[in-house]
Ligand binder design. Structure first.
Ligand code: NAD
Length: 273
């Protein structure tokens, strides 16, 4: 069997976890071929860790494209559109983690993938319910509401909160910081960009998906609740995320979700929508 050649762009918390899993758990089906990071030391360090040598680290994205059949983007929302565009135009499949960077260009992505015979994979990330949302969306959806609840300290440095004059240190009870369209939430709260973007893409779009962002001193985990009203019934999910030990901005479940998607790509039996 030919092994799927995988290249990873961005060797931080997510990229490193995926590289380790590919080498350790998927060695029969996949081969890690290239690692690229703007900070070359990151790619070299990861190559040494998983391969014992620095040879997987490549100096540029073009070299990574040449060596890979599936490219995993785990870099940044600023770069994900350019990375996806280049990968797809070379006919390479891409898994995108920085979803916020491509959400407004999803039609272009789809056309590029179609024209070049390539595929785009977007894992569910740190939320539960994408499976049911996709199924319900085949019928009719009336409403999708995402409620994100985080400790006030998580919103430190968020420009929108500072401009609104909210004193995070003084919040004693759950306080709504934002309520509105996903399209505006991703602009005001870049840290929530991936959850809102993935939910919007899987469902009724950024213009119709509603988002509420709440600061509560009573919570220590990042909580995402999703409420869906559809003609197939009402759906409610709640995810209480534990944070990734290497990057407190990233939920551990988001990493596992990418691994689960990789498993789906590599294994013959696919379960779930
Ligand atoms: N889809 C989801 O649910 C989800 C969840 C968490 C994080 N993310 C996103 O995934 C991405 C990676 O997250 P992480 O926790 O691993 O971040 P991280 O900061 O730990 O690592 C990112 C790495 O990418 C590198 N990088 C940045 N820009 C680059 C570029 N243009 N080309 C090559 N390398 C580049 C950085 O040097 C760094 O080593 C982020 O954009 C994050 O927002 C998505």
């Amino acid at each position: 069997m030919n092994k799927l050649k995988i290249g990873i762009v961005g060797c931080g918390a997510i990229g490193s976890s995926l590289a380790k899993v590919i080498v350790k758990d998927f060695s029969g089906e996949a081969k890690l071929c290239a690692l690229y990071d703007l900070d070359n030391e990151q790619a070299v360090g990861l190559s040494r860790e998983v391969f014992g040598r620095p040879t997987l680290a490549v100096p540029g994205f073009n070299q990574l494209i040449r060596k890979s059949e599936l490219i995993i983007e785990a870099a940044s929302a600023k770069a994900s559109w350019e990375i996806a565009k280049l990968a797809l135009s070379h006919g390479k499949d891409i898994m995108i983690m920085s979803v916020g960077g491509v959400s407004s260009r999803f039609k272009q992505l789809t056309v590029l993938a179609k024209n070049n015979g390539a595929k785009v994979y977007i894992p569910s990330g740190a939320i539960a319910g994408i499976d049911a949302l996709k199924a319900a969306n085949i019928g009719k959806i009336k409403k999708v509401i995402l409620t994100t609840i985080k400790n006030p300290l998580s919103f430190k440095g968020v420009e929108y909160v500072e401009k609104a004059g909210i004193n995070l240190g003084k919040i004693k009870d759950a306080t709504v910081l934002f309520s509105g369209r996903a399209a505006d939430a991703v602009k005001c709260f870049p840290q929530n960009i991936n959850v809102a973007a993935t939910l919007s893409l899987a469902g009724i779009g950024e213009g119709k998906t509603q988002v509420r962002i709440i600061a509560s001193p009573k919570v220590t985990r990042n909580i995402h609740e999703i409420a869906i009203e559809s003609d197939a019934g009402d759906i409610f999910t709640r995810t209480e995320n534990i944070l990734h030990p290497d990057n407190p901005k990233t939920s551990y479940l988001a990493v596992l979700s990418a691994v689960a998607m990789l498993k789906q790509i590599l294994e013959p039996v696919k379960i779930g929508t």
